[in-house]
Structures are given as C-alpha cells and as structure tokens.
Ligand binder design. Structure first.
Ligand code: SAH
Ligand code: SF4
Ligand code: F3S
Length: 451
C-alpha cells in the first residue's frame, strides 16, 4: 500500500458537532443516547452549545397536544438559528416524526431530516442526503429493532443513576394513546444484552438503574424451551451487585403479578417503589379507555403490593375529563386516590390525539372548564396525600443513595430512598454514589429533610 493510501485511510474525518434536545418520556432519553452513539461513529461529537452545532436534533413526544406545541415553538427558535448560521441542519426524531411523517417537512420548511423511533440506524445515510442538499426521511416501524448491540452514550449529569430500555413499542392500544402508533408493536430485548449494559453501568460507578418499557410486566424472552418473564429478568439484574439499585417503569395493572411482587420482596436492592398508573377510578371510564381492568381489580393489586411490600411507595398517572366522564365517575377517581394514599401522581387533562380509538369513535365532550376544574381538584387532593406520605417518614431512618449537591445549598446533598423520595441532608464527607443512613427530621410536600 502506498504511503498516500495509508494516509488517506487514517486521515481523521472532519468532526461535526451534534446538539440533541429531548422531550417526552425516559425512553426518549435513552433513545437520544442511542442516537448519540450511532452518530459518534459518523464523526458527530455531542455539544451542549447549540450555537456551535452542525446538526440540531429534537427528540419529540406526541402524547398530548401541548407536548407537540412545545416542539413547534422550539422549531421557530431554530429558524432564527438557521437564519444566523447557514450551515446548520435541523432534524426531528422520535414520536412526532413518526406521527407526522412527510407533513413535518411540508409544514416546517427549516426541517431537513425526519426520523422515526425504529429508524435511527439509518441516520448516517440520511445525513449524507442532507449534506448533499436533499431532505432525509425514514419513518418505517420495525417488529424487531431493539438497538440491543448499541452502547448508549450517557448524557445524564450525576453519573449515579441511569436507564436501560428492555423493550420497545406497545400492544395495549388504550383508547386515548398515540404510543402504539408512534412506537409500533411491543418487542422485548435480549436479556443477555440488558444484563451486560447494566453491568457496564455498575462498573463505571453507577449505583442505580431503571429498566424501561411502556409495559414492563409483559416483558418476555424465549430461552430454548423456557420463557423468561419480567420477574426473572429483574432477578438477574438484581444479582449484578447488592449495592446496585434497580427500579422499573411502567407497570400495567392488568399484568402486575404476585410472582413479581414476591421477587421484589426478596432483594433489598430491588427498590420498594411501584408506579402503577390507574388513569381513572371508575370502571365504566376504564372500559371506555380500553384499559382492560376494573376499579376492583386495581384495588386488589394495590392491596397485594401493600401485603408483599409493606412500606413501599405507590405512585400513579391520572387522566381527567376523558370522553363522557360524569361527575360521579370523577368522584370515584378522587375516592380511589384517598383509598390508595398515593405517594405521588402525574396528573393530566385528557388531550384528544388523532387516529386513536377515542378520536375516531368517542366524543371529547367534557368541556374544557370542567376538565380544568376536575384536574385542579385532583391536584389539590394529591398535594395533601403527598404531604401526608412525607409526614409518615418523619422520625424514620432510610438508606439513601447520594446523587448530588442540593440546588439550594453547597453544604447539602440530595439523594433518594428506596421508595424514590428525594431527601436533602448535610454533606459531611459524602459524595455522589455513596449510600448513607438518613434520619428524617422534617418535610415539605416534595422533599424530605434529614441528618
Ligand atoms: N405506558 C405507560 C405510560 C404511557 S404515557 C402506561 O400505560 O401507564 C404516560 C401517561 O400519559 C399515561 O399514563 C397517561 O396518564 C398519560 N396520557 C397518555 N395519553 C394521554 C392523552 N391522550 N391525554 C392525556 N394524557 C395522556
Ligand atoms: Fe399507551 Fe396504554 Fe400502551 Fe401505556 S399501555 S403506552 S397508555 S397504549
Ligand atoms: Fe411521548 Fe413517545 Fe414517550 S409519545 S411519552 S415520547 S413513547
């Protein structure tokens, strides 16, 4: 080989700068890390300064209309960026890319690239098109893609807690939800690659991992003749190290089994915190939502959690003002919240999403003012429940994983209990990644304060 040939083989490619902004759920956070890994191979290095970026990607969410509006307003900001700096390309990836497809290129002229959640491996070739002045688009969904061989480039700030995707897509088709449309069919990832990725995190100093999927309880993998279910996977991850904490989200009430609760009770490093979205406390609303469980089944599952995991925290998601929701149905949600004594809840007004069952077959007939009033009632009640939940912890001692320095004071650290509650406490000689016992002396509705 000639010297010239050698040089051209090893000559470094010009380096480009990539800026990614991420919206939506934690699965999108990991997807952005996967995208960063794919583009690193293509000579794009991450930057936190949008002004020096050659490529700006916005990883988007379609779950509610306001999530999409936020992205649209960001695209208007990016237009200014493009006017100032002609060499920057703008890409929309994630759920909004999947939902709107070509329409995004037609409506938002500054967008050069549109890539759906299952097409990230195609980014380099799509970028080549963009670099040659064309538009790049790929929104093909896959039945298999899990990106299981790609080591995400971590973008978290604390280097203590991280996420691993264990499955993609969703088969549940809840009447209100865009996710089955934007993420495609449910598929589980090879358990070996999950355990490898989690082990790698532990060896890099991370002390907590959250296993992610839209419905993690339905995780399954065929190993020869036997079926590996979620609780078995959880056990394997728990075995990585006793001081490596494991969380998971999200669980679906219809698949929350006693076997899973038993496994969680057996391992101290499996966190005692269950996120179990109820959506509504009324069986008739749940039926219209196609959630496939009743109020009674849900309550029975909460009782099972309390039996197997005494002291565990229970959190939820609630939608108010779904199609046809009556005052009595709304009251049932409030009564269920009081009964369940949720430690925390994400609460939303129903937002009709195009092409869902609800948009096509049901009437979005609860007036906006009523939706808002009901949401406020739910938020107010949850505020009380959250405060009571924190007050119950005062006087008790918890093992806390230190995550970083408190926003309010350099002398204070913050971390979380196994129950996922945030605790602020004096620094002493502790550093992020350490475990420490903290006795709780006071609280607000959001934070525990201890020493
Ligand atoms: N897979 C998870 C969560 C998916 S999205 C689950 O099934 O629980 C997160 C939350 O957004 C949902 O739990 C629901 O409360 C809310 N959500 C989804 N679609 C919505 C819509 N159209 N309007 C309002 N909230 C919605
Ligand atoms: Fe959406 Fe229901 Fe799937 Fe959750 S389980 S992602 S709410 S369809
Ligand atoms: Fe949003 Fe897509 Fe997640 S719609 S909530 S980013 S799966």
């Amino acid at each position: 080989m000639s010297v010239n040939g050698l040089f051209s083989t090893f000559a470094p490619m010009p380096e480009h700068k990539l800026y990614i902004e991420t919206y939506g759920c934690q699965m999108n956070v990991v997807d952005s890390e996967v995208v960063a890994a794919i583009l690193q191979q293509y000579h794009y290095q991450l930057t936190e300064d949008i002004n020096e970026a050659d490529l700006v990607l916005v990883n988007t969410c379609s779950i509610r209309d306001n999530a999409e509006q936020r992205v649209k307003s960001r695209l208007r900001d990016f237009r200014k960026l493009k006017e100032q700096k002609r060499s920057v390309s703008i890409g929309v990836i994630g759920c909004m890319a999947e939902r709107l497809k070509e329409k995004l290129l037609e409506d938002e002229l500054i967008v050069d690239l549109v890539v759906g959640p299952d097409a990230y491996r195609k980014l380099p070739e799509l970028l080549q098109k963009v670099e040659s002045g064309q538009k790049g688009i790929n929104t093909i969904l896959s039945l298999k893609e899990t990106y299981d061989d790609i080591q995400p480039v971590r973008m978290d700030r604390n280097h203590v807690t991280s996420f691993v995707s264990i499955m993609r897509g969703c088969n549940n088709f809840c009447a209100y939800c865009v996710v089955p449309g934007t993420r495609g069919r449910e598929r589980s990832r090879d358990p070996e690659t999950i355990v490898m990725e989690a082990t790698e995190l532990f060896s890099k100093g991370y002390r907590e991992v959250t296993l992610l999927g839209q419905n993690v309880n339905s995780y399954h993998w065929n190993e020869g003749d036997s079926l590996l279910k979620f609780e078995k996977l959880l056990e394997r991850v728990a075995h990585i190290h006793p001081s490596f904490r494991v969380r998971f989200a999200t669980s679906h009430p219809k698949d929350m089994s006693d076997d899973l609760l038993k496994v969680i009770s057996q391992y101290p490093n499996l966190c005692k915190s269950i996120h179990l979205p109820v959506q509504s406390g009324s069986t008739t609303v749940l039926q219209r939502m196609k959630r496939r469980y009743t109020r009674e089944h849900y309550m029975e599952r909460i009782s099972a959690i309390r039996d197997y995991l005494p002291g565990a925290s229970i959190t939820t998601d609630i939608i108010t003002g779904f199609c046809g929701e009556s005052e009595e149905e709304h009251q049932q949600t409030l009564r269920l919240m009081e009964w369940a004594q949720y430690d925390f809840a994400y609460m939303f007004k129903y937002s009709e999403r195009p092409e869902t069952f609800a948009a096509e077959k049901l009437k979005d007939d609860v007036p906006e003012t009523v939706k808002t009033r009901r949401l406020n009632e739910i938020i107010e009640l949850q505020g009380k429940l959250s405060l009571e939940s924190k007050k119950r912890d005062v006087g008790q001692t918890f093992k806390v994983l230190v995550e970083g320095t408190s926003k309010k004071s350099e002398e204070q650290l913050y971390g979380r209990t196994s129950q996922n509650k945030v605790v602020v406490f004096p620094k002493n000689d502790l550093k992020p990644g350490d475990y420490t016992d903290v006795t709780i002396s006071a609280c607000t509705s959001a934070t525990l304060i201890g020493h």
